[in-house]
Design a protein around this ligand. Structure first.
Ligand SMILES: Cc1cc2nc3c(=O)[nH]c(=O)nc-3n(C[C@H](O)[C@H](O)[C@H](O)COP(=O)(O)OP(=O)(O)OC[C@H]3O[C@@H](n4cnc5c(N)ncnc54)[C@H](O)[C@@H]3O)c2cc1C
Length: 388
């Protein structure tokens, strides 16, 4: 390890490894630091991604694909369900291996990867960020860099240290819990989503297959919803009813920032990517691919800034992110707000109306239009995004 790099990336999740990969591919010297002993472990994720999302970055490989899915099913409070038509396919990943692979790709591009390296502060004499302070094998080391990219996840501290407001309003923080169950009967090709006040108030519960008899069963609900009963309790009740004899292989809990992107994601020579920048799809809570897109743009812009010897160029990252995905997340945010107000009756009616749609119109778009018909105020919310 050197004591100076063009770019230091803090955190080797999907966003960090992708930022490191593209910064290195652009010609920058890059150091990727991960606090855990192993990249990709522990996993805190439902692990579902779309094929279209993945292939932008990496060829699908059976070694990190636990299941391939071609459908999803929405189950509403009265037990009825609808299976919208999907144009593409999706995967349930083995993120332990997927994240590892992404870090390997970054290394192949020339990034140095160091694990068990906990960044505990930024080097900031006179307020200017000059690098990071790291604890490696119980030793405190200062490493300097022109650019620091914070990819340190939902509990990000890099942003705060740099003076960026990364606070996620409690209303937008989804409280999540998940178990991986074995010995369950699941439909291998379908992602199941359960909605309703009794199952997952203000959010949803998912069953994502991971092979023949294994599944990630998890829940994400608004912190408001979790006030009455913790997310994990809702999950346990569902499992007791649906999979009473299943073996629990893993248990995790965590938060997902289902918010708009942070107002500021670049400050001077510090950039934030992934969950640290709130680059999560606010409707679905999915953040793997969008974090990678954020990481890719940040890495590219950082390399360009180094090449041009012009750190002011880093501000371009914010513009490119909003043009590529940030604006869509604003729309999704308003959709999420509207959906979270749907009563159980509305959900039941929505499912009934959607199931009357002819097969070819039973798409996500078709169901969305039916939802707008049921809840015209949602249209106003969406329109606001375009006129504000
Ligand atoms: C229960 C649950 C289910 C989810 N399901 C899905 C899903 O199905 N599909 C989907 O797309 N998204 C899902 N998400 C969201 C998804 O997991 C995140 O959006 C994604 O992991 C974000 O990637 P990231 O690289 O920004 O952060 P992370 O994956 O959190 O990676 C951050 C990395 O930074 C490291 N780090 C943190 N602090 C430091 C430090 N100080 N020094 C060094 N390293 C540090 C961490 O150890 C970690 O490896 C889910 C989230 C939860 C909680």
């Amino acid at each position: 390890m050197k004591d100076f790099y063009d770019v230091i990336v803090v955190g080797a999740g999907p966003a960090g490894s992708t930022a490191a990969r593209y910064a290195a591919a652009g010609g920058a010297s890059v150091l990727l630091l991960e606090k855990d002993r192993d990249v990709g472990y522990p996993v805190r994720c439902g692990e579902a991604v779309s094929h279209e999302g993945v292939i932008q970055f990496i060829e699908p490989d059976p070694k990190w694909i636990a299941a391939t899915v071609s459908k999803f099913r929405i189950v509403v409070p009265n037990g009825s369900s609808i299976v919208p038509r999907l144009d593409g396919i999706g995967y349930v990943l083995e993120r332990r291996i997927f994240d590892y692979e992404l870090a390997k790709v970054a290394a192949r591009e020339g990034a140095e990867v160091v694990t068990k390296a906990y960044v505990y502060d930024l080097i900031k004499p006179n307020g200017k960020v000059e690098g990071v302070r790291v604890l490696i094998k119980d030793q405190k080391v200062d490493i300097r860099a022109n650019v620091v990219i914070g990819a340190d996840g939902v509990e990000s501290r890099v942003g705060k240290w740099a003076g960026i407001d990364t606070t996620c309003h409690i209303r937008d923080m989804e409280s999540c819990a998940q178990v991986t169950l074995s010995g369950v009967h699941v439909d291998e090709g379908i992602l199941d989503f359960y909605f309703g006040d009794r199952v997952a108030p203000g959010g949803y519960l998912w069953v994502f297959p991971k092979g023949k008899d294994t599944a990630n069963v998890g829940i994400g609900i608004s912190v408001e919803g979790a006030k009455e009963k913790a997310a994990v309790r809702y999950l346990e009740e569902f499992i007791e009813k649906k999979y009473p004899h299943a073996a629990v292989l893993t248990r995790i809990a965590g938060g997902v920032p289902c918010a708009k992107t942070c107002d500021q994601i670049v400050k001077n020579n510090v950039m934030l990517v992934g969950d640290a920048a709130h680059q999560v799809n606010p409707t679905s809570g999915g953040g793997i691919i969008s974090g990678m897109i954020g990481g890719m743009i940040a890495g590219q812009v950082a390399a360009e800034a180094i090449k041009e010897n012009n750190l002011n160029h880093l501000a371009d990252y914010e513009k490119r992110w909003h043009k590529r995905l940030g604006w869509r997340h604003e729309v999704f945010y308003h959709i999420k707000e509207a959906i979270s107000t749907f009563s159980d009756e509305t959900l039941n009616t929505l499912c009934e109306n959607a199931s009357k749609l002819p097969e070819e119109k039973r798409t996500v778009g078709g169901i969305f239009r039916t939802a707008l018909w049921n809840q015209p105020s949602m249209l106003l919310d969406v329109a606001k995004v375009f006129i504000s």
